[in-house]
Structure formats: C-alpha cells, structure tokens
Design a protein around this ligand. Structure first.
Ligand SMILES: *[C@@H]1O[C@H](CO)[C@@H](O)[C@H](O)[C@H]1NC(C)=O
Ligand SMILES: *[C@@H]1O[C@H](CO)[C@@H](O)[C@H](O)[C@H]1NC(C)=O
Ligand SMILES: *[C@@H]1O[C@H](CO)[C@@H](O)[C@H](O)[C@H]1NC(C)=O
Length: 276
C-alpha cells in the first residue's frame, strides 16, 4: 500500500521542517487567566501565516486524571505535523485532579478554555480534533459529547485506550482499578455514588450530535477492560455516530510498533474522510 510508505518518510520530512524553520513551536502558552501554571499549551504553528490555519489538533495526556504531563504526548507532535503540514498541532497541560479537588468538572473547563483561547488566536474559523490517551481520551470524549454537542467545535475525537463507561461492572467490581477514578470524581466510590459515575461517563452523553470517533484499544489492558469498547461502540452505533474501533494484541498502549503504525494510518484516513 502506498500509505505504508509514509511512515519511514515521517522522520525525514520532519527533519526537513526543523532545518528550514517552517514550523514554529511556541511552548507553554497560558490559555487560562495566566495565573495557573498547569493551564498552558504548546502550540506548533505550521508557519507564521496565521490566516492559513483552520484545523487544530489538541493532544490531551493521560495519567488517571491526577498525574502525567504533556511531555508524554510530545512524540505525537512530529507525526501529526508530517501527516498534516497545514494544521496547527497543540499539546495541552490541564489541572490535575486530587480526591479533594477532583478533575471533574475542572478538566473539562480547561479543555473549554484551551479551545476558546485557540479560536480567538486565529483569524479564520478553526475546527478541532481532540486526541487523548487514556484519561485524556476519557476527557476528550466527555468534553466532546457533553460540552460540545451544540457548539460542535470538535469535529473528530481520537480515543486511545480511553475509559468510556465508569458504571461498567468490570470497573465497579474491581476495587483496585476503581480507585483510579477518585482523582476524577472525588471521594466517593460507585456503591455510594452511582449517579456521579454515570454523570462522568462519556457514553452517557452520546447523541446524534456527537463527533465522529475513532478508537484504539488493547485486548489485554489491565486498566481498560475490553467490555468498554463494546459499550461505547454500541451507544455510538445506536445514535448513528460515525465510529471505527480497532482492538490490537497488547495492553495499555504498550503495543508492537506495527500496530501503532496501523493506528497512525487509520487516524490519517479518518481525519481525511470525516474532518471537513
Ligand atoms: C466564520 O464563520 C462564520 C459563520 O459561519 C462566517 O459568518 C464568517 O464569515 C467566517 N469567517 C471566516 C474568516 O471565514
Ligand atoms: C445517567 O445520567 C443521564 C444524564 O443525566 C440520565 O439521563 C440517565 O438516566 C442516568 N442513568 C442512570 C442509570 O442513572
Ligand atoms: C474503519 O477503518 C478502516 C481502516 O481505515 C477501514 O478499512 C474500514 O472500512 C473502516 N470501517 C468503518 C465501519 O468505517
């Protein structure tokens, strides 16, 4: 396949851009009110010609809502820059959650602030793709389905090993993994607060207005039970939302390179087909 040849080229092409200075990285731009060091985003402009930019990819890291940083997503930046040289690629930090100060809803507010900031930065009408990993994929879906169903700034969601239904018995009956949700929801377990787990589940808000979603999971993920894929896909199908899910052999994105390569090609196809 012709597309298979793109991957080795990615690195050559990104070196070209670096050496010609055509791409302009601007690290740690504040997107909130400028007082919170966690509310910053790296912005990679395709060029200094702002007027050309109308598509923006936002990378959203994982870390169980209470840990992690945008550094973990930095490796995706040159891949997207090479696949989509005219798009702006961004990589955001967000306020981490703790049991006392949970991620919901402040992390959705942060995505909203980042999108508002980016919209006001460009002179053209810009639309967005959210690409989240793990907890970042959960936040990408929750933001898109819950907060953006009418505004529709987000045209495509990439869900890389994202929890989608926190009321899944595979989670609620697993005392170890369900601990992870406390940094998202606060100090209340499913048995005491089922409504809260329903309210923080992306599947709850899927509607006919939800953005096209492409997802990638591992068939032996210790953090994301495989039942999550079916629960999410069934809901998207029921509402006629464009979706495409692939399950690879492996765990929580510790997959062989050939699967990551396949994932990149599928994402590129999905963006080209469904992000107009
Ligand atoms: C942006 O979109 C609005 C509403 O569709 C339209 O009126 C406006 O002309 C657009 N602006 C640009 C710069 O394309
Ligand atoms: C989950 O939340 C949604 C939205 O608030 C609500 O419509 C639905 O009835 C809830 N489902 C359950 C099982 O509580
Ligand atoms: C999902 O994506 C693959 C690879 O891009 C494609 O071959 C397949 O037709 C897609 N499936 C659906 C249901 O769109």
């Amino acid at each position: 396949m012709i597309m298979q040849k793109i991957i080795p080229l990615l690195f050559v092409v990104s070196l070209f851009y670096l050496t010609t200075d055509a791409q302009v990285p601007i690290p740690n731009v504040p997107y909130g009110d400028g007082t919170d060091p966690e509310q910053v985003i790296d912005v990679y402009l395709p060029s200094l010609d702002f007027g050309r930019i109308n598509k923006v990819i936002i990378l959203i890291h994982g870390g169980a809502w209470g840990a992690g940083s945008k550094a973990e997503m930095a490796g995706w930046v040159p891949i997207f820059q090479t696949l989509f040289p005219d798009y702006c690629v961004t990589n955001m930090e967000y306020r981490l959650g703790t049991t006392a100060s949970p991620g919901f809803p402040k992390q959705l507010e942060d995505i909203h602030l980042a999108i508002s900031f980016l919209k006001s930065t460009f002179t053209t009408n810009v639309t967005f793709a959210l690409f989240g990993g793990s907890a970042g994929a959960h936040l990408s879906m929750l933001y898109s389905y819950l907060w953006d169903s009418q505004t529709k700034n987000v045209k495509v969601v990439v869900d890389l090993v994202g929890p989608a239904d926190l009321t899944d018995p595979a989670y609620t009956e697993d005392p170890i993994v369900s601990e992870l949700f406390l940094a998202l929801v606060g100090p209340c377990r499913y048995a005491e607060c089922p409504d809260l787990y329903n309210a923080t589940s992306p599947v709850t808000y899927v509607s006919a207005d939800s953005a096209p979603t492409i997802g990638f999971y591992g068939n032996a993920d210790p953090l994301v039970p495989i039942s999550q894929v079916g629960l999410l896909k069934n809901k998207l199908d029921a509402y006629g939302v464009i979706n495409n899910f692939t399950v690879y052999p492996g765990g929580h994105f510790d997959w062989a390179w050939e699967y990551t390569e396949d994932m990149i090609l599928q994402m590129a196809d999905f963006f080209n087909t469904h992000w107009n």
